[in-house]
Design a protein around this ligand. Structure first.
Ligand SMILES: NC(=O)c1ccc[n+]([C@@H]2O[C@H](COP(=O)([O-])OP(=O)(O)OC[C@H]3O[C@@H](n4cnc5c(N)ncnc54)[C@H](OP(=O)(O)O)[C@@H]3O)[C@@H](O)[C@H]2O)c1
Length: 253
């Protein structure tokens, strides 16, 4: 199946590691030009060099998406460097945490506004594309009770509603909005790797809930993001695609 991604211009935030890095690798391999960021300039330079090996244009610079002006300027430069934007994956998250209001503000500014501001700033480019796709990254912790009450879980859930509403308004402008909700994904050095080091019993209890007895791999989520971003999903908009190997137990009607 031809995904029709060749020559598309994709902007991905937080793409030096984990799921977004895997997505960047896959989209570059499929022929997309890319703009990427993270906060660490050395990591961005290394990722740009590695991603460039696929032979497409790859641009990146350091940016903290929590800083509104810096993020806005970065997005505009990213679109200018690529000459437009067909695909937007705002993947940065503040992660989980239970520090009261601090966590709520952090997750709101990074997880929620990182998507909202990104879409607002890139909107004209997405509209000009005529065939654009936005993919937000939520989590299974948004759709089923998980661990403890947390800003991360509740605010990630807001992305699912926001994507659905945007999908209704903007399909006629050629912009699709979808969400992927990963279950637990093992990223070397990432959240679950740290949990495994700190509390192996809890980590093992999560793995035991997986029908196939393992954490997911970033590539398994990246392939779903690439599909939703591609022409193969041309009539798919407003969905929340759960990518969890069966971790969630509800029936999704
Ligand atoms: N891993 C999982 O189990 C899992 C499950 C469900 C959903 N998700 C979601 O999937 C997405 C990716 O998660 P992941 O676990 O793959 O991430 P990750 O491995 O922790 O990577 C996060 C990336 O974002 C960058 N980043 C972090 N804060 C940033 C900021 N303020 N501004 C710019 N860049 C920033 C990081 O680089 P720097 O730190 O150098 O900036 C890194 O490149 C997130 O939205 C997460 O909520 C993950």
């Amino acid at each position: 199946m031809d995904l029709g991604l060749k020559g598309r211009k994709a902007i991905i935030t937080g793409a030096t590691k984990g799921i977004c890095r895997a997505t960047a690798e896959l989209l570059a391999a499929e022929g997309c030009d890319l703009a990427i960021c993270s906060r660490n300039p050395d990591d961005v330079a290394d990722a740009v060099a590695a991603l460039s090996a696929h032979g497409t244009k790859v641009w990146g610079s350091a940016c903290n998406v929590r800083k509104a002006e810096e993020y806005d300027a970065w997005l505009k430069q990213a679109a200018a460097e690529l000459g437009g934007c067909d695909i937007f994956v705002p993947g940065v998250s503040a992660g989980g945490g239970m520090e009261g209001e601090k966590s709520w503000y952090r997750n709101f500014e990074i997880d929620v506004l990182g998507c909202v501001r990104g879409v607002d700033t890139l909107f004209e480019f997405l509209k000009d594309s005529g065939n654009a796709a936005v993919v937000f990254i939520s989590t299974t912790a948004a759709v089923e009770t998980f661990m403890a009450p947390m800003a991360y879980n509740a605010l990630k859930a807001s992305l699912i509603t926001y994507a659905k509403q945007m999908s209704q308004v903007h399909m006629k402008r050629g912009i699709r909005f979808n969400v992927v909700s990963p279950g637990p994904i093992m990223v070397p050095g990432g959240a679950w790797d740290q949990i495994r080091a700190q509390d192996e019993g809890f980590y093992n209890s999560i793995v035991a809930q997986q029908p196939d007895g393992r954490m997911g791999d970033p590539d398994e989520v990246a392939r779903c993001i690439a599909f939703l971003a591609s022409d193969a999903a041309s009539w798919v908009t407003g969905v929340n695609l759960i990518v969890d190997g069966g971790f969630t137990k509800r029936v999704q009607f």
